[in-house]
Design a protein around this ligand. Structure first.
Ligand SMILES: C[S@@+](CC[C@H](N)C(=O)[O-])C[C@H]1O[C@@H](n2cnc3c(N)ncnc32)[C@H](O)[C@@H]1O
Length: 246
């Protein structure tokens, strides 16, 4: 992959040196493959994980289901990619669904810069700030799909992550607090205010954290459901705001 990416022998030598020094391949290449797309990933930005493709698949199925129920309404599904990192999830949803209104938020300026590159093709807007803080107030009660792949590693376990993640990905992208659910709890508490009736929050978690994550979703007032993929070793908790058509 480095040979294919390098423009000159000197370029290749520099890339090999960076890789040999421990930089993740995706940061050296400048992109990661995600849901069949090339997602730009700059150094210091969280690299989208293959397992997160499962969250995208679940969200696409739910958005299509909602679209089928409002046949003829010609409405674009409103998607928010909260804690968007590179914007991979939002970009993949837009690519799969076509007509969408896409908004993405991250607290980290490097992630925001990167996400702007990745969601531009879908006409997505990217905001920098804390969770819902920078979103336009007009989105309240209108979001159909709220994808929130928040940091969920418990603080005490960050040290057990592979070196590439610990050194080359920002702590704010990994550390989810004491039990790993601090950011998720803040997301679920406000989600009913932002979701449309029948809208869905989707969040990735570990198998071990699933009961607590589902509890956080339910305590926010959403109806929780858990989906798991053994193939991708991925668990997604889905919270639906009551009041939709089904
Ligand atoms: C696990 S990464 C996921 C990135 C991306 N959604 C993905 O799946 O590739 C979590 C992201 O959440 C962002 N983040 C952490 N705390 C945040 C907050 N309070 N508000 C907005 N973004 C936050 C981090 O900067 C990081 O980019």
């Amino acid at each position: 992959m480095l040979i294919a990416a390098a423009r000159t022998p000197a370029d290749l030598a520099a890339m090999v040196d960076r890789r040999a020094a421990g930089q993740p391949l995706e940061h050296v290449l400048g992109w990661a493959e995600f849901c069949g797309l090339r997602i730009a990933v700059e150094p210091g930005v969280f690299i989208p994980r293959r397992r997160t493709e499962f969250l995208v698949r679940q969200a696409v199925a739910l958005a299509r289901q909602a679209g089928a129920q409002q046949a003829g309404a010609q409405q674009r599904v409103v998607i928010v990619d909260l804690c968007c990192g590179s914007g991979a999830v939002g970009a993949a949803l837009a690519a799969a669904l076509g007509r969408v209104e896409l908004h993405a938020v991250d607290i980290d300026p490097a992630a925001v810069r990167c996400a702007r590159r990745n969601v531009a093709a879908a006409g997505g807007r990217v905001y920098q700030g804390d969770l819902y803080g920078p979103l336009p107030a007009g989105l309240r009660g209108r979001i159909g799909i709220l994808a929130a792949n928040v940091p969920y590693v418990p603080t005490g376990e960050v040290g057990l992550l592979p070196l590439e993640a610990r050194i080359h990905e920002p702590m704010v992208a990994l550390d989810g607090g004491g039990d790993g659910l601090d950011v998720l709890r803040r997301v679920t508490a406000a989600a009913p205010l932002w979701l449309a009736p029948g809208g869905h929050l989707l969040t990735e978690t570990s198998e071990r954290q699933t009961p607590q994550a589902a509890e956080a979703v339910a305590s926010g007032g959403l109806v929780p459901r858990v989906a798991h993929s053994a193939e991708l070793n991925a668990t997604v908790v889905i919270g639906t705001r009551p009041g939709g058509q089904d």
